[in-house]
Design a protein around this ligand. Structure first.
Ligand SMILES: [Zn+2]
Length: 458
């Protein structure tokens, strides 16, 4: 392997890679209403078409699978044996607080800004140009490399289901849609809906509606309770041990709590505002199911009082998040998003939660089995070596609570594209990728693909 030659080709490809990323970031591929040939909306389809056009210009064999997903192939061979790289071209909505054009792909101080620059168009483009480098170098391949680009990762993964049905899936590969060094374990996930009633004894809750998503740790909660100005004043004068404010209105008292928001897969350091509100209601004398939920869930994110706290050495602890509450005249519903260690029995966890919540109904609304690839596998070892060779940093394999497309492959891991210490800006305002990181990704992917798919690969 002539390293100097490789570096020469990589430096030639850096500028085209950056320009390709700008082209793709400028297509606002947020999910939209389906149209014929565009199951996730026109912009997602446009991003897919443009990406495949660029792949074809680079000389790859391409296919567009009915607007759901597409792929670009380097080399020949059976799909099953190909080395897969799985990424996505769709993006989440821009949200608020941008200080630059969200789809401008503007480059400032060595960083490209825009929705999708790091999640996940940047990593996809880096992988594409790694394939281009191997092609330009003319390195003989021992297996096909297939770059698969989805367009529904941020919503329902419908793209991958459809793609698998039509094309099948390679057995092994990686998804550059998370963090370096390598993520070889993704915890199982369990969504529970818990149904109960409001009691007519004790403090009366008129309405408590907070949260929209299972996987978001709510930072603010608001509940309406029965009571007058005198009670509101008493509440405002009480030290609960956390922040509570009470506002007397014609309807009753509006209570507000404030916690620390975050993501259900990484609840360490968060503080659930729904849990704080439940503890407040309990302190004020609420009874029945709301009190039970305050007692056995509250602000805990380890499942301790539910009796489901657990941990294993390879995947770490179970985490729990109460993302949604709906309480009012129609009764009570709360949701839990549980991320479970690889050896956990998901049904057993749901059964135990039901035992801890007597009189309430516990229902599994979705479950995803854990995903695990051995840290000693050739795949993980070679990916880590490529990472170490390029960065000079020590590589290691780790577990996360989140799910990536790595799960779509029997032997799939997440590999990059965020380096340790880089800020996690996916889904946030002013998302960017530093051009240095983009170039480093190109190098790491190139050496990883050479080692896993080329004849000369060590
Ligand atoms: Zn992503």
């Amino acid at each position: 392997m002539d390293r100097q030659k490789i570096e020469q080709v990589l430096s030639e490809l850096e500028q085209p890679m950056i320009e390709t990323l700008q082209t793709l970031v400028r297509i606002p591929s947020v999910k939209a209403d389906p149209e014929p040939g565009a199951p996730f909306g026109r912009p997602a389809r446009e991003a897919l078409d443009k990406a495949l056009e660029i792949c074809a210009d680079l000389g790859f064999e391409c296919a567009n699978i009915d607007g759901y997903a597409g792929h670009a192939d380097l080399g020949e061979g059976k799909t099953e044996d190909a080395l897969a790289v799985l990424g996505h071209l769709d993006v989440v909505p821009i949200g608020d607080n941008w200080t630059c054009e969200p789809f401008g792909a503007e480059i400032r101080d060595g960083k490209m800004y825009g929705r999708g620059t790091s999640d996940d168009k940047g990593p996809v483009v880096a992988a594409l140009y790694a394939m281009a480098a191997i092609k330009r170098l003319g390195l003989p391949l021992k297996r096909k490399i297939r770059l698969i680009m989805g367009t529904d990762e941020e919503s329902g993964w419908e793209d991958m289901r459809y793609y698998r049905k039509v094309c099948g899936m390679p057995r092994s590969g990686f998804s550059p849609d998370a963090d370096y060094p390598v993520i070889n374990i993704e915890k199982g996930s369990l969504h529970l809906d818990i149904w109960g009633k409001l009691s007519d004894k004790g403090l009366q809750v008129i309405r408590f509606d907070t949260g929209d998503r299972y996987n978001v740790v709510p930072g603010k909660a608001e509940a309406l309770i029965r009571g007058d100005k005198a009670l509101a004043d008493r509440i405002n004068a009480t030290d609960f041990g956390w922040q509570v404010t009470a506002e007397a209105t014609a309807e009753g008292i509006i209570l507000r709590t404030e916690g620390i928001p975050g993501h259900a897969a990484m609840p360490e350091g968060t503080l659930n505002a729904i849990g704080l509100m439940l503890k407040t209601l309990k302190a004020l004398g609420v009874e029945g199911d709301l009190k039970t939920v305050a007692d056995v869930i509250g602000t805990e994110y380890d499942g301790k009082s539910l009796g489901i706290k657990m941990e294993d050495q390879v995947s770490g602890p179970l985490t729990s998040n109460m993302g949604i509450i709906r309480a009012g005249k129609d009764g009570l519903r709360v949701t839990l998003d549980l991320r479970c260690p690889i050896l956990a029995d998901l049904q057993g966890i749901a059964d135990q939660a039901a035992r801890a919540l007597p009189g309430m109904k516990v229902e599994i609304t979705s479950r995803t089995e854990p995903h695990y690839v051995s840290a000693d596998s050739e795949l993980v070892r070679k990916l880590l070596k490529a990472y170490e060779d390029v960065t000079g940093e020590k590589g290691y394999a780790m577990a996360i609570g989140g799910g990536t497309y790595a799960k779509c492959l029997e032997e799939g891991v997440a590999f990059g594209a965020l380096f340790p210490g880089e800020p996690e800006l996916a889904h946030h305002a002013d998302e960017f990728i530093s051009l240095d990181s983009l170039r480093k990704n190109l190098r790491i992917f190139t050496y990883a693909l050479i080692s896993l798919a080329c004849e000369e690969g060590a």
